[in-house]
Each structure stands twice: as C-alpha cells, then as structure tokens.
Write a protein that binds this ligand. Structure first.
Ligand SMILES: [Zn+2]
Ligand SMILES: [Zn+2]
Length: 540
C-alpha cells in the first residue's frame, strides 16, 4: 500500500498509490489504503507521480481517481499497467507519459513541487526514482530499485544523475528498505538467463516456468532460453497473456520468429519441445499453475519427467499456499526448481530490491541531510537506518516513521509532528474495484465466523402481552455445543428475559440484546468460544 504525500506551498504531490493483497481468506481480493487525508485536501492535490507499475504502487489509483481528477505521470510501461486497472474500474484518467530525465510540475506550470524522473533498475521495465524539487530543497525518492549493472534491457540506474543531485544538495532521501537485512549486492537479472537455458536444455520433458507477469525482462529470458533449446512457448494465465501482449505491443519484449502456441496446440507437441510460461508463483488457488498442480487444467497436464521452475521469491505470508502447490506438483512426479526449493548452484531468480551494499552506495552518492527509510517491514526500516548512519547521516536526522506519521521540513530542520494522518485499510473485491468496497465490519464478521461460527436464536413474542409464544429455537452453524444443548441455552435465555423490567420487555431492541448476551454467555462459559449470535425476535 505504498502511498506518499508531499505538501509544500499549498500543493500536494502524491507519489504512488498501491494496494496490498490479503494473507487471509475473508472474501477480499485487494486492500487499499485509507485515502481520506488526501480526499479532505482534494483541492490541493496537483498530480500523482508513479515510480513504476507494480500493484503495490499503482493498484489503488482507481480508489483515488474515482473521487478526484488530477494528472497522473508515469513512464510508458507504468502507464500501460495502469490503463488496464482503470479500464476495469470504468474510469477515465488524465495519464501523462514521461521519460527518464524529464521534469513535471505537481499541477500548473511553476507549481511549488516538481518531479524529475530518474531511471532505476527493478523487476519491471521503466522503473524510476524521483527527485522532487520543493521550496525546502530536493527530496530524492528511490522508488523500488536495485543497482543492476547488466540489465537485460533498458537503462541501468542513472548513478551519474543521482550523484549530481547529491552534489547540488539533497534535503531528504527516501529509500527502498525491502532487502536491508541482506548483505552485499543483488544478483544481476541477466544472471538468470543462463540458468534458465541450462534447465531447458537438460530437461527431457516439458518445462513450466512460473514468474510474475510484470517481470518482462524475466519473460524475455524465458523466451530466449526456450528458443535456444528448441522449445515452443505457450502462455497460461490471464495476467501472463495480457502482460505478454502489452509488452510485445510496446516493444519491450522481442521474440524470435515464432509466436506463442495456444494451449490445445501445445498439448500435441512432443514433450521435449514445449516451454510453458505461467503465473501462480505464490500458490494462488485460482492461478493456472495451481490448477495444473491439482490436475484441473483443461488443456495441459504435468507428468513425471516434467520440470517446474518457480522463478520467483516466496512472499512472506504465502508459505502455506506455496507449500501446498509444491506438494501437489511433487505428487505428479515433476522435478521442482527455483528460489523456493533452493537448488544448488544456478540462480533461477534475482531480486528486484537493493541489498545493503546497493542501499549504502545510493546513500553515499546522494549524501542526504535527512533520511527516511520506506518500503519494507519495520525491522527492515530500522536496519536501513543503521546503514544510513554507517554512511555518515547523523542518527537524529534519520526518521523511522510508521504509517500516518508526518515529517515536517523547514528552515530550522526536520521533525515528526505529533498529529497523524488517518490511515487504515479499505477492502475490495477485484471485480468491483472502484465500485463495491467491502466494509470493515463485514471483514470483521467474516473473521469472527471463521473463528467461532454462528448461532441463530429465534423467538416469537405476543404483541399484546409481551409473553413468549414460541422459542427460543436455536440453530448453529460451525459452532460446537449445538445440536445437543438447546434446552440448556433456552433456559438461560428465558431466565435473562424474566430478569428484564416490564418496560424493557416491551422494547424489541432490548429483548434482542438480552437474547444475544445470554446465548453468548452460555457459549463462552461452556465452550470457551464466542460465536456470532444473531437473535431474531418476531412479534405475533
Ligand atoms: Zn516494485
Ligand atoms: Zn514495491
């Protein structure tokens, strides 16, 4: 849920607006940040600047742009990723393409904030860092970055420009902390190609490669390795097919002379002549790879002798679903390779996020007066602060902020303000992205139901006398103790109702509350659980 607001001279620039994917099953597809702070100041918002096209940086744009119309600046591939999301949400937006090196104002020409886009390497094409010029000096935002000196395509991180900014004087550096606890340097993306080529060359059956569709340079290397080993390529998964087409259409993906084959044609190819590129590296149950693993894919099967490469990192929180996926594939007799199954030797994945050595190199080039670690868990931010201190940033000029905290820079220095901006989560279902949010209470209820189940208590009372005519009848779903204890619970409810005053007995809401608390009390005492209780009181 990356989303940063920079405010100066009555103008706000928004940097990124991303979503989070839930790690629990509560019928929610995406989680967006609470954007109320921005929406309360909508007149001030001058522009959105996007660092790159990953979902955790652009996925929540529909939530912002359905309330507010501002220019959105991003590089070509970033905007291509955004267009699909906005179209799904039925939104039109003022998208403005920029190239690295260009500077754009947050609002009208001459606005107090302007952003310069600076090329960086990452696991998606066209990623950028930003240099934000403000009345309080230059802020550099690294975006998600690594310092890959041998990128597969596109420019390397523009170190010369970052160094020049450092010489000019940088007031604040905000930098990607994801891999702050990993020493040294990330592998170059180009190191993955030879490993993929080896796997495809040596394998005697089909080779399935799963990766993130947005990692176009990885896709390119799979394409190249497949071609070099005489394999045709098939694409599985909607995201993979769409991204492949977009990347090819924009010239980010160059293919040998052939095109991907359709899945039904792929099935007829000799096993040694097929490479399948698919999504589903995190064990998402509806993904093509998960369906293959369960033997439920309509066109293709994984069989003994086939190889499955997970060319990806296991995102923390997904261990269980990835484990299930690997078990299913193993059961089918596939050879498993990849980061998640720790092969010897060849790297089948390279991270898109800088390790300590690269983070320190950036700090040394930019030499910021103040430092604000972003992007990562709290422990990664804390570790990144230690790296900044080691690179000469004063400890009291490193600001370790949590969501909603506000850092103020003025002529006197920098400080964290006591008041916080509201933060929180907005839950949504993908099909209804931008239209139908799932309210907080609904998500809370679903969690409660999963934990302890539901008990419905139906009671009929006489409208004229207030006497109980029937019930309470008790129905349980997912609760322990029912059926079997109806009489006992009924007794407890009746005693609670008898204890009510005559006035309270005449009030339907009071009666419902008394029924609810009596039933809950019984469950808590006898089962130690607190199921949801739904009292239904009918007046006859
Ligand atoms: Zn990213
Ligand atoms: Zn990110």
């Amino acid at each position: 849920m990356n989303c940063l607001a920079v405010e100066a001279g009555g103008r706000i620039a928004v940097v990124d607006c991303g979503v989070l994917f839930p790690d629990e099953n509560v019928g929610v597809d995406v989680i967006a940040p609470d954007l109320s702070w921005l929406l309360d100041r909508r007149e001030e918002v001058g522009a959105v600047f996007l660092t790159h096209g990953h979902e955790d940086h652009v996925g929540a744009l529909p939530f912002l742009l359905r309330h507010l119309s501002v220019p959105v600046y991003g590089t070509r591939f970033t905007l291509a990723a955004v267009k699909g999301r906005l179209a799904e949400a039925g939104l039109k937006a003022d998208l403005r393409e920029v190239a690295p090196g260009q500077v754009r104002p947050a609002g009208e020409e001459g606005a107090p904030i302007a952003a310069e886009f600076i090329a960086v390497t990452h696991s998606i094409p066209d990623a950028c860092a930003l240099a934000l010029r403000t009345p309080q000096g230059i802020l550099v935002h690294s975006g998600d970055f690594k310092l890959d000196e041998h990128p597969v395509a596109g420019p390397a991180t523009d170190l010369a420009r970052l160094e020049a900014l450092g010489r000019e004087g940088v007031r604040l550096l905000l930098s990607d902390s994801t891999n702050a606890d990993l020493p040294g340097h990330t592998l170059s993306e180009s190191a993955v190609g030879p490993a993929l080529a080896d796997v495809m060359h040596d394998a005697t059956g089909r080779v399935f490669v799963a990766t993130f569709a947005s990692n176009v340079h990885r896709l390119q290397q799979v394409v190249n390795a497949a071609a070099a080993s005489g394999r045709r390529l098939a694409l599985l998964g909607r995201g993979m097919v769409e991204t492949f087409e977009i990347a090819r259409g924009l010239g980010y993906l160059t293919e040998p002379h052939w095109l991907p084959v359709q899945a039904d044609e792929a099935r007829r190819l000799p096993r040694r002549e097929l490479c399948v590129l698919t999504t589903g590296t995190q064990g998402e149950p509806r993904s093509a790879l998960a369906r293959l693993a369960r033997g439920e894919h309509p066109d293709l099967r994984v069989e003994p002798g086939d190889t499955v490469v997970l060319s990806s990192r296991r995102i923390p929180g997904n261990e269980l679903s990835v484990g299930r996926l690997l078990d299913d594939l193993c059961r089918l007799g596939a050879t498993l390779l990849g980061d998640s199954v720790r092969p010897e030797g060849a790297p089948l994945h390279a991270s898109g996020h800088a390790h300590e050595g690269e983070q320190r190199r950036l700090l040394a080039l930019v030499r910021p007066e103040h430092f604000l670690p972003v992007h990562g868990q709290y422990r990664h931010l804390a570790r990144h602060v230690a790296h900044a201190v080691a690179e000469g940033v004063a400890r009291d000029r490193c600001h370790l902020l949590t969501d909603g905290q506000v850092l103020e820079l003025d002529d006197a220095g920098a400080r964290v303000l006591p008041e916080r901006a509201p933060t929180g989560r907005v839950y949504a279902v993908r099909d209804e992205l931008g239209a139908g949010d799932v309210p907080h209470l609904v998500v809370q209820d679903r969690r409660l139901l999963a934990e302890a189940g539901l008990c419905i208590a139906v009671l009929a009372v006489s409208r004229s006398t207030g006497e109980i005519v029937r019930g309470p009848d008790l129905f349980g779903m997912g609760v322990t103790g029912l059926p079997g204890s109806e009489a006992e619970i009924r007794g407890e409810v009746l005693r609670a109702l008898e204890a009510l005053s005559a006035v309270a007995r005449a009030d339907l809401a009071e009666v419902q509350e008394a029924v609810r608390s009596a039933v809950r009390r019984w469950f808590r005492r006898t089962t130690g659980r607190r199921p949801a209780v739904l009292p239904v009181v009918l007046e006859l």
